[in-house]
Design a binder for this molecule. Sequence first.
Ligand code: NAD
Ligand code: MG
Length: 391
Amino acid sequence: MQHITVLGSTGSIGNSTLDVVARHPDKFSIFALTAATQVDGLMKQIQRFSPKYAVLVDEDCAKSLAERVAAEGLDTQVLSGQAGLIAVSEDERTDSVMAAIVGAAGLMPCMAAARSGKKLMLANKEALVVGGTCFMAAVQSGGGTLLPIDSEHSAIFQSLPENRDFWPQRVDKIVLTASGGPFRTRDIQTLSQVTPEEACAHPNWVMGKKISVDSATMMNKALEVIEAHYLFGVQPDRIEVVIHPQSVIHSMVQYVDGSVVAQLGTPDMRVPIAFGLSWPDRVASGAAPLDFSKVPPLTFQAPDPQRFPGLALAWQALLAPAGTTAVLNAANEVAVDAFLKRSIRFDQIHMLNQHVMERCVPDNPRTEADLLDVDAHARRTAREMLVNIAH
Ligand code: NAD
Ligand code: MG
């Protein structure tokens, strides 16, 4: 029996994880569930999965959840704050941690899980983009396993040789596929008028708001390029992005002999989630199998740098001083939040990201604390710049 902590259980990935878990009660049980503020959502999950712990980051929300848990006579213990997230991530009674918090807020619990040698299933790409080599070193020192949940990285992991030692000499290129999001064919002149509702309406996936906006700007793919660099140890010039609007091929590995290995499937996050939960075994995910008689023609095109200027920031950040990927991530979190609140325009997300990256040059951050300082400084800079551009 695998005892699982789900960080960010009330979100899109969190709910899909619980859907797969519920299909295999003989294999998986829930140790802890966590969320930011969602009292009702977490209460329903507690009733269904009876975890040992539930964590709400917000203190007041945690208090009202604890009252409701007590009123129903349930056994779940309620914790709060970052301390609560860290406690359930490193507890010796949990075997694996699904990291499905959105943003850099997930860094500390991820690091705690990594250091204590858990099987860490990583959906929370921002944590790795901020943590970088420090994050990978924590995985190494803990002796646990890091499994990607992002569909592209799960596809790459499945297309790579099992033995990591063979990767450098055999792999020529990692090819990340991207759907191109909702604005792939929209008139570029009108991108400044995009509303949050339009940006969140993704053609192929239903996801949280932050990653939906990131998919529309293709900053999501930029974060994924950085994620691939750290996860697989590939140099930035060996990572390529190709637009593939049907989202059937989830990514590919090109070998030195010219052979390309890809992973395919219906666009349903339960597939990479089930893979992460059961690896190296396989279990049913609930996703519909691919019906080749109905699959539309698969097409590919290079991303247009004018339409998606944010994509190039990934390579710029990877070639800049260490810690710059954390700067880019922080700027983007502030920018997306401001866009969702209608304080800045869609096209200003990129402007802000670029300016903050130019302004904030990290001074060789080494530890998690250094990286959190870099993150905080970039956020402050982004907020100052926002004042000048907000309408
Ligand atoms: P979401 O917004 O639907 O859910 C986020 C979860 O994190 C919620 O449970 C929320 O309560 C919690 N949370 C939010 N802020 C928090 C904070 N400050 N501290 C602690 N908890 C907090 O997001 P999502 O779409 O499920 O995405 C989660 C992560 O997975 C993101 O990093 C995203 O990039 C990645 N991801 C998502 C998908 C997808 O299909 N949704 C696919 C690939 C990767
Ligand atoms: Mg992805």
